[in-house]
Design a protein around this ligand. Structure first.
Ligand SMILES: [Fe+2]
Length: 236
């Protein structure tokens, strides 16, 4: 009795070969940005995230040049895998920031609503390869096989066996030196850091736009080139 499965979520990952050589510089830079940042705005049980604290442009910071190049290269590989014609598309890093999660801190579930592809790179992970420092969890809000809506909620015990056909989340343990790419609209979060160490990662939000003069007919589905935009009051 075959049961087919369809419509996969594509999550890309790669262990970067030069990770160890760059670890110290990236760690030091992330910790320095935290120190330089504004007064803490997040709740104590939430990880420190640069985007909330004035450190959301590490893509323009020379200390992060290596990882920015890696993100650019791997995002293109990811998009090719998704069947896109990169000749018609211009890619932008919209914002990028460090995340530092300490003992008993986590990142609640969220989507990156202003971008298209998100990346995370694990700079430093206590007990790397285990879930102890906090895993990245993707949530499936579509739930195509939840034939009676809500049946998988925590308020029922009707589902007695969690398997590949009814799973509503997918968990990635953090691995030092690993880059992960995923659609920004996919809801996700990071589980609690149970270690005494600092879990340091970098997040990137990437936007797709049409290249000027190409992608004709696609502007309903792809941002027009930002060069063609005009800010209010920008008439000369
Ligand atoms: Fe996120």
């Amino acid at each position: 009795m075959p049961i087919d499965t369809w419509f996969p979520l594509a999550v890309y990952y790669e262990d970067l070969p030069d990770a160890t050589a760059h670890k110290k510089q990236l760690m030091d830079a992330a910790l320095q940005l935290e120190k330089d940042g504004y007064e803490r705005r997040a709740f104590p049980e939430m990880a420190w995230t640069g985007d909330l604290h004035g450190a959301e442009r590490i893509h323009t910071d020379p200390r992060f040049t290596w990882i920015v190049g890696q993100v650019e290269s791997h995002v293109q590989g990811y998009l090719k895998g998704l069947g896109l014609d990169l000749n018609q598309i211009a890619l932008y890093i919209q914002r990028a920031w460090p995340v530092i999660s300490r003992y008993q801190q986590e990142v609640g579930s969220h989507c990156h609503n202003t971008s298209h592809i998100s990346a995370v790179y694990y700079v430093s992970v206590p007990n790397s390869g285990s879930d102890e420092a906090g895993s990245l969890v993707f949530f499936d809000d579509m739930r195509p096989n939840e034939v009676s809506p809500g049946l998988g909620s925590e308020n029922t015990n009707i589902i007695v066996e969690w398997n590949a056909l009814n799973q509503d989340q997918a968990m990635y343990v953090p691995v030092e030196g690993r880059l992960i790419l995923f659609p920004s609209k996919q809801r996700h979060g990071v589980t609690m850091n149970h270690t005494e160490g600092e879990r340091i990662s970098l997040s990137f939000d990437i936007v797709l736009a049409a290249k000027p003069g190409s992608a004709a007919g696609s502007y309903e589905f792809l941002l027009p080139p930002p060069e063609q935009w005009q800010r209010f009051g920008g008439r000369s």
